[in-house]
Design a protein around this ligand. Structure first.
Ligand SMILES: Nc1ncnc2c1ncn2[C@@H]1O[C@H](COP(=O)(O)OP(=O)(O)OP(=O)(O)O)[C@@H](O)[C@H]1O
Ligand SMILES: [Mg+2]
Length: 291
């Protein structure tokens, strides 16, 4: 698919993929696509950071390559690895035949035994791909430094094979929940956008796009209730994902409106901590008091 020519077009493309982006997010993505800059999306939990990368890849007909970060992730999991088991088998086969030529040994470190991980895959795919580096804040410092290097020139050197360079870089979308501050160097390289909770009207729209056919009254009430929950001092305030889940659960149970009773019965769709549940129950009358 051709690149969108305007921010409006990009917004429309995302909407067709059931993703509602506000002007700020759409503009940031539009600039990232056209200037070939990575974009860092930070925000609350469950506000559509990961989803926008998925939808954008799908709608632009690009391959989504996802690198899920976690504590202790290293280059073997992110970049490439040698297929040790297959190498061993090959060595066995070679020694059985008493072959000792160098070429056979070299082949052990050839493409056949190389296991591609997301970053190598992304460098090879270039602009045919969207690289989602998800939850980068969970990785540790060294990994971040390594990532920074990769993002700056999009090339990977494998000593045994050589240097592989992306013809033109993939769109890179990094997400973070801010469990820790990312380094300035990484931030400097990226465009930045903060995704907050959507305004109530927009959140209603999002639910209706994701769960077409549910009662609008129910949706409006639930969104209002979720916003009250967000104002409480919860350990885990609900994101848009929880709003959708809550509406879905209530709708499944046949509800077309939110009241104190059905809210209490389904609270587990939206509040997922014991202490939070207690706090929510104590304030249920106020939380469900209309949209
Ligand atoms: N603007 C939006 N338009 C459409 N759907 C949305 C939007 N924002 C959130 N959603 C819905 O919320 C769900 C959760 O979003 P997503 O998983 O992308 O959140 P996240 O920000 O990555 O959360 P986390 O921080 O937990 O990883 C999506 O599957 C999608 O259904
Ligand atoms: Mg996510």
């Amino acid at each position: 698919m051709e690149l969108p020519e305007t921010v409006g077009q990009l917004t429309e493309i995302l909407r067709q993929g059931s993703y509602l982006a506000d002007r700020g997010l759409a503009t940031a993505l539009f600039v990232a696509l056209n200037l070939q800059r990575p974009i860092l999306l930070e925000g609350e939990v469950g506000v559509g950071k990961t989803e926008v990368a998925k939808v954008l890849a799908h709608m632009l007909n690009r391959k989504l390559i996802r690198l899920q970060c976690y504590e202790g992730i290293d280059t073997n999991q992110a970049l490439y690895e040698w297929d040790y088991a297959r190498q061993m088998l090959q060595i066995r086969a070679l020694s059985g035949r008493q072959v000792t030529d160098d070429a056979a040994v070299d082949k052990l470190f050839g493409p056949k035994f190389l296991v591609e991980r997301p970053l190598l895959e992304a460098v090879r795919a270039g602009e045919q791909a969207v690289l989602l580096v998800d939850e980068v804040d969970r990785a540790d410092d060294e990994f971040e430094a390594f990532l920074l290097e990769l993002l700056s020139d999009f090339q990977i050197t494998i000593p045994e094979i050589g240097t592989i360079r992306a013809q033109s870089p993939p769109l890179v979308i990094l997400t973070s929940n801010r469990t820790r501050e990312l380094h300035d160097a990484l931030k400097r390289r990226c465009l930045y956008h903060w995704i907050g909770y959507p305004p109530a009207e927009r959140e209603v729209e999002i639910v209706l796009v994701r769960q077409p056919g549910v009662s609008q009254t129910l949706t409006r009430k639930v969104v209002a209730a979720v916003n009250r929950l967000r104002d409480l001092d919860l350990a885990k305030p609900p994101g848009v994902a929880e709003t959708i889940d809550w509406v879905q659960a209530l709708d499944f149970l046949g509800a077309t409106d939110l009241d104190q009773a059905n809210a209490e019965d389904t609270l587990g769709a939206v509040v997922k901590e014991r202490d939070d549940l207690e706090l929510a129950r104590d304030n249920l009358a106020e939380i469900t008091s209309g949209g």
